[in-house]
Design a binder for this molecule. Structure first.
Ligand code: PBG
Length: 326
């Protein structure tokens, strides 16, 4: 039979398959999100995220040490606070002596070589559980920027390398960049949550931080899952306003958005493989319905293939171990 083109020839052995692979997963691309709680000597597993814990600072430092030894270079820290630390204006968010900011300082002192990333949004500190100031049921945009600016400054002072505004207020990247530059923090990077969708896949994360909105939802600031072109508007703004890297969140249900931004912009693109995506695979694997390891690797690879340069993922440690043994 005369078949000149036989694509299967390039798939005939493992050696050839790896040789022609267009995409690879590397530990260099991973950022591991970690949850911080008050106290010492405590490590609490998150019910909907098997093998992911909230750590007190002492144990968090040990976890970072282990992960750094596995080659993970990026860490993003999220604080989980008691209700007594929350208020309407998220003031604890910019207290330089807060649990979060003192932890950042200690982490950076002990691990100067890691890329330490933060989260900027009011929700972990807000008694309303929203990312912005709430007034008569509305989320105030410009008033919120002032608080985000103060949070950014406190985190930069604590030694953070990359700030991650996850709030989706308009104009926040420009506002934060200006605050940082005025204070001399011209070297602190901004990874903007550019296309952050109002997604049900954040459920387990909100359990982890106890940060679910006390009323309503986040649809007046996070993006509508129906929209793709709107991601271009957000990306245009964030890049013009000074974002060094841009993010798409969640990842798996939004691979088209990752590709869209990759095709249109030259800044590095991050995919946030969120809590619900982690929970989904873990639950199916626990039931024996899916091969947990293979589906994890396949989904992370698909994010790279779509165009992600960086992946924020709760699978980071597990993947780092697997990649090390390959
Ligand atoms: C806070 C924030 C959220 C996540 C990261 N930063 C939750 C939200 O917007 O409600 C979600 C991460 C995840 O689900 O893994 N603004």
């Amino acid at each position: 039979m005369n078949r000149i083109r036989r694509p299967r020839r390039n798939r005939k052995s493992a050696a050839i398959r790896t040789m022609v692979a267009e995409t690879t997963l590397s530990v260099n691309d991973l950022i591991f999100p970690l949850f911080l709680i008050e106290g010492t000597g405590k490590k609490e597993e998150i019910a909907s995220m098997p093998n992911i814990y909230r750590y007190t600072l002492d144990l968090l430092l040990e976890e970072i040490k282990e992960c750094a030894a596995l080659g993970i270079k990026g860490f993003c820290i999220f604080p989980s606070l008691g209700e007594d630390k929350k208020d309407k204006y998220a003031t604890e968010g910019y207290n330089p002596n807060s649990l979060y900011n003192t932890a950042l300082k200690e982490i950076k002192t002990q691990f100067p070589d890691i890329a330490l990333m933060t989260d900027i949004a009011m929700d972990p500190y807000s008694s309303d559980g929203h990312d912005g100031i709430v007034e008569k049921g509305e989320i105030l945009n410009d008033e919120t920027l002032e608080i985000l600016g103060k949070m950014a400054l406190a985190q930069a002072e604590a030694g953070a390398d990359i700030l991650g505004p996850s709030d989706m207020m308009d104009g926040r990247v420009a506002y934060i960049r200006n605050v940082l530059d005025q204070a001399g923090y011209t070297n602190v990077s901004i990874m903007s949550y550019t296309a952050k969708y109002a997604s049900a896949f954040y459920g387990p994360f909100r359990d982890a931080l106890d940060s679910a909105p006390k009323f309503g939802d986040k649809k007046s600031y996070q993006m509508n899952p129906a929209n793709a072109k709107e991601a271009l508007i957000e990306a245009d703004l964030d890049i013009t306003e000074g974002a060094d890297m841009i993010m798409v969140k969640p990842a798996l249900a939004y691979l088209d958005i990752i590709k869209l931004l990759k095709d249109n912009y030259d800044v590095p693109i991050t995919a946030y493989n969120v809590s619900g995506e982690y929970a989904m695979l873990k639950a199916a694997a626990e039931k024996g319905w899916l091969d947990g390891e293979k589906t994890m690797l396949e989904s992370l690879l698909s994010m790279k293939r779509a165009g992600a340069d960086i992946i924020l993922t709760y699978f980071a440690k597990e993947v780092a171990r697997i990649l090390r043994n390959k």
